[in-house]
Design a protein around this ligand. Structure first.
Ligand code: MOS
Length: 688
């Protein structure tokens, strides 16, 4: 292999295009004859539409079409599951707040917006259930990511009953919404039975298939283009209603149609992180050695589709214990279908598990890092396989050293800075290493320049840059000679940019194609020349594959106001080969910062009378801002993994947020002596 273990910290190749406005995001395209659609969304969360009065709307200047359930064409939104549900004006039912109920198309955006504001909808509201604890409609999902929802090893109940130290607690996390800077946006254009879509999507290949199904046309008739995204974080993974609605509207008016979601609509039909209630039970001896871990998760899904937040998957593998039980139960509520949100499962699950480990550390009076080392899993006991590599000990050591963990006086409420209570907390970070089939073509032109082509997409994470690095290093040419073509279904197919798997999947394809090209050049073939790789993961894995890390947090808490300030964060992560030290650090820091939001700020609140979301804007839905960003450091712990995939990459998109909420909760406990088990850690929970 001719890639360095830690790749050069190249600036983003797409940076200049982005800062000069030359980068074309989905809504930036202007096909000839473009008209504008505005989606109208419901004002209740449960009930039915009695009547939509569109007379005034239709009378307005520039209005070309008003689509409602009364006139929209019948579609094929089959293939439910995994939050791919589409609401395409097919009936009068309102199933969640801000469900699309109409689309108004006009010559200009302003005309469409004004005309849409004149629609008068009458509803018949039904009392909703918004809280999972109130829902009697509960069930065990058949599977989660091809794994069983409930898993047991050993006899956890018996082990718990016999354990000298027994700890039990319940943790909960709220509904949270993704808010990428770029809202979801689609431009759709028909040419006969051929559909072209510019979409802000985490998966052009997937969107193409889905649109072909919904419109009942061959996959080859659909082209999806997505060269740049302003973030996704999971909410642009599925194909949601607005994408198909833009295409329906384009068909209705016979012109290209642009549809951009408003910020409040970003709280409607594009998924969110579901609420969880998680019970943890730990049985240990007096030295803190775990005999038993039980993790039972209740999370929400919608009344019409299924998404499982897999919070307990992490618990099967993270610590050594002979007796383990993990369960996942779903409760149906009157809300939209949830979806993946950065580190789905691990972000919420690690809050519960890593808070519980901290509580156990106090119960047995052992340092939290030492407790984790005593329960270090040398192999994956759940899969009964060795890890492909695991450098978690190094992460603890390096993180603790950089952070200054040894200065911590373990006694709660013992450290102060003036009148502020000081707390130090830590937690383990972890995320599985995923990979899916991906294809790439690497072409060398006569002048020696190289083009890399793959139907993947750059969420803003740095894909353009790292694949150029892989190609340049493999072919031993300067990176300036490499050009990337991504984000188009005319290119070789690639998977969803999700599950932190894109670099491992597409990077392997680029590496294999570039290696094949190099080999042929070495044998005397001349440019122009191109090589294609269809790279696939092995079917039977001999190893358990995960990235690991350690999070350290220092907080100050105002003893009178309960206000929590995160002062310092240190993360140390081992995720195999790092393709670019700079973009990797940005991913880690971004994840850690989002963890502050999860711990302290973010919560979507529902009006329990109507199931209406009352925080659907960035004034009421709080996210961390610069003033909340502490002194932050992310360290790359070097790790060589020969088993994980051809380029040794584990993926870094999601691990950065895992463990952060627990590390903050643990630091807050250390500062105040108050354990908050329900996120977010709002100041009123600390005033006692
Ligand atoms: Mo990521 S939440 O798996 O798109």
């Amino acid at each position: 292999m001719n890639l360095p273990l830690v790749g050069a910290p190249h600036d983003r190749l797409d940076g200049p295009a982005k800062v000069t406005g030359r980068a074309t995001y989905a809504a930036d395209f202007s096909p000839a004859g473009l008209v504008h659609a505005v989606m109208v969304t419901s004002e209740i969360g449960n009930g039915r539409i009695v009547r939509i009065d569109d007379a005034e709307t239709r009378r307005q200047d520039g209005v070309l079409a008003v689509l409602t359930h009364e006139n929209a064409r019948r579609m094929h939104p089959e293939g439910h599951g995994f939050a791919f549900a589409l609401m395409l004006l097919q009936d009068d039912r309102i199933r969640y707040d801000r469900q699309p109920i109409a689309v108004v198309v006009a010559e200009s955006f302003e005309q469409a917006t004004y005309a849409a504001s004149l629609l008068r909808t009458t509803y018949e509201s039904e009392p909703p259930i918004t809280r999972i604890e109130d829902s009697a409609d509960r069930y065990t999902p058949e599977e989660i990511f091809d794994e069983p929802a409930d898993v047991t090893r050993g006899n956890p109940d018996r082990a718990f009953a016999g354990a000298p130290v027994q700890f039990k607690a319940t943790y909960s996390t709220p509904v949270e919404h993704h808010n990428p800077i770029e809202p979801s946006a689609t431009i759709a254009e028909w040419e006969g039975e051929r559909l072209t879509v510019h979409d802000s999507t985490q998966g052009v290949t997937n969107a193409r298939k889905r649109l072909a199904t919904v419109f009942g046309i061959p996959v080859s008739n659909v082209r999806v283009i997505s060269p740049f995204l302003g973030g996704g974080f999971g909410c642009k993974g599925a194909v949601w209603s607005h994408v198909a609605l833009a295409a329906m509207a384009a068909r209705a008016v016979g012109r290209p149609v642009k549809l951009v979601l408003t910020r409040p609509q970003m709280f409607g039909s594009i998924g969110y992180r579901p609420r969880t209630i998680q019970s943890i039970a730990l049985g240990a001896d007096r030295d803190g050695r775990l005999s038993c871990i039980m993790h039972d998760v209740l999370s929400q899904t919608s009344t019409f589709d299924e998404f499982v937040e897999p919070s307990a998957l992490v618990t099967k593998m993270l610590y050594a214990a002979k007796n383990v039980r993990t369960t996942h139960t779903l409760a149906r509520v009157n809300a939209a279908t949830p979806t993946f949100m950065r580190a789905p499962g691990e972000a919420t699950g690690s809050f519960a598990l890593e808070s519980a480990m901290d509580e156990l550390a106090y119960a047995v009076d052992i340092d939290p890092i030492e407790l984790r080392l005593r329960n270090y899993a040398e192999r994956d006991q759940s899969e009964n396989k060795p890890f492909s590599s695991k450098s978690l000990r190094e992460c603890y050591r390096i993180g603790a050293e950089k952070f200054g963990w040894s200065e911590r006086d373990p006694k709660p409420r013992s450290m102060r800075n003036g009148r502020m209570l000081v707390g130090m907390g830590m937690a383990t970070a972890t995320y599985p290493t995923n990979r899916a089939a991906a294809s790439a073509v690497v072409r060398m032109n006569e002048d020696g320049s190289v083009v890399v082509r793959s139907g993947t997409q750059d969420l803003g994470t740095g894909s353009y840059t790292v694949y150029a690095q892989v190609a340049a290093e493999t072919l031993d040419i300067p990176i300036e000679r490499v050009r990337l073509e991504l984000g188009d279904t005319d290119l070789p197919p690639a998977p969803l940019s999700a599950g932190s798997m894109t670099a491992a999947s597409v990077g392997s394809a680029v590496y294999e194609a570039a290696s094949a090209l190099r080999e042929r050049l070495r044998k005397g073939e001349k440019a122009p020349i191109e090589a294609r790789a269809d790279a696939k993961p092995q079917e039977h894995e001999r190893y358990s594959k995960h990235a690991f890390g350690a999070q350290f947090v220092r907080v100050e808490v105002d003893p009178d106001l309960g206000e929590v300030r995160v002062r310092r964060m240190v993360g140390a992560f081992a995720a195999g080969r790092i393709l670019n030290a700079k973009t990797a650090r940005s991913q880690y820091l971004g994840g850690m910062l989002w963890g502050i939001g999860m711990a302290l700020h973010e919560v979507t609140r529902f009006d329990e009378r109507t199931a209406r979301i009352v925080t659907a804007n960035l004034a009421d839905y709080l996210v961390p801002v610069h003033a909340d960003a502490p002194d932050m450091e992310a360290y790359i712990v070097e790790e060589e993994d020969p088993h994980v995939n051809p380029i040794g990459v584990k993926g870094i998109g999601e691990i950065g947020i895992t463990g952060v909420a627990a590390a903050i909760a643990n630091a807050v406990y250390h500062a105040t002596g108050i354990r908050v088990r329900d996120l977010p850690i709002a100041c009123e929970k600390l005033l006692r």
